[in-house]
Design a protein around this ligand. Sequence first.
Ligand SMILES: Cc1ncc(COP(=O)(O)O)c(C=O)c1O
Length: 420
Amino acid sequence: MTPLGIGEIAPTAGLAPRARDLFAPRRGPTLEEAICAQLGLADIEVVETGIAALYIAMTYLKRQSPRRRKVIVSAYTCPLVVKMIAATGLQAVACDTAAGGFDLDLEDLARLIDRDTLAVLPTHYGGLLSDVERLRAALVATSSGVSIVEDAAQAFGATQNGQSVGCIGDIGVFSFGAGKGFTIYQGGAFIATDPEVMAGLRKVAAELTSQSALAEARRALLLAGYHALYNPLGLSAFYGARKRFWLARGNEIRAAEDDIPFPVAISRVGPWRKAVGRAALARLPDHLARSRERFDHVSKRLCAVPGLKVHLPAPGARPTATFVFVTLPAAPGIDAKIRRLWASRLGIAKMFSRAIVDYPDLRPLVLDRGTPHARALAATTITLSTHASLTPAAEAAVVSELQTLGGAPAPEAVLPSGVR
Ligand SMILES: Cc1ncc(COP(=O)(O)O)c(C=O)c1O
């Protein structure tokens, strides 16, 4: 189904690695200083992964308020987030998404918040940002003292009204993992606007992080491998073949790599990977601008297809635009059609294979009082890559595939109100 001449398209618009990054000098500003200058941040701490940064944030908050046990997460988020919360000894609680969208459903949230609630984790996605201002206003109204931790793992470089994401909540967390746009293959960071919070987070990070030359050598090798293989051939062999293998066996969880275990140890990011990252960072603004152009172009074409819901950023929100979220009509047989598109080389995927309450291994770890919107969203939403290899021919192939799916109007009974 992928036309000849189109190679494997990465599912997200990763910043293209350059061989010379690997030989970047270590002198000059640090990676942290370069990030602060580029994103207009006062401070940032780079850690091993995005999930490690969230773990540090949760551990810090738990120590600040030991009696509060509940952490509210979006019912449509990375399953690793739930495993991370369980690892801190806290209780994850699933909050539904708003009908037809990705923001937290504030009515559901109001029902879940109580004196036992420690934090709420809104998720920023590569294709869409969460309205944290609105969330903050809703939380202030409850006078609950609940902290906001912005999970901006997919949104490093994204801005809301000109300000980096992660700054409106109490703590913000980024990932520099593969597939997130800017990457050092594995990496992450936390930020907090309050210097006292930042100092507290650093203290926890220092306690939880160990120095492991072996782990860093392994990651350095993976980063070099990523440089060698981030091309259509390498992607086809290491990403595409794996995904097709699991999709052919009906295992969407493994196809989406939703089965990653929570890491047992957190180790430090070494100076070489930081220097490689700092060299690549200089190209990020230009990369983001081009990804956003492709995002706008493909979104505009798809908005004209009847039956599809293309999720566009709210005014003032500038996501990293690594992909576009599109919700398809919930017609019979849609699962099989999505799997067929996902198995193609066209950069079509699912961000998460299902809502968090539907992962068998997460069921004992998350409280669920019913999250129907998130389940409908997860069942019918795909992601379209905005990678540079989305040539006009590839884009035409994507649009034509979706035209055949979008044509049929959604049956009223299947979708929750608002999903169009
Ligand atoms: C929403 C979200 N949160 C957290 C993470 C974890 O980030 P990392 O892979 O750097 O641990 C991811 C990774 O995919 C994610 O998508």
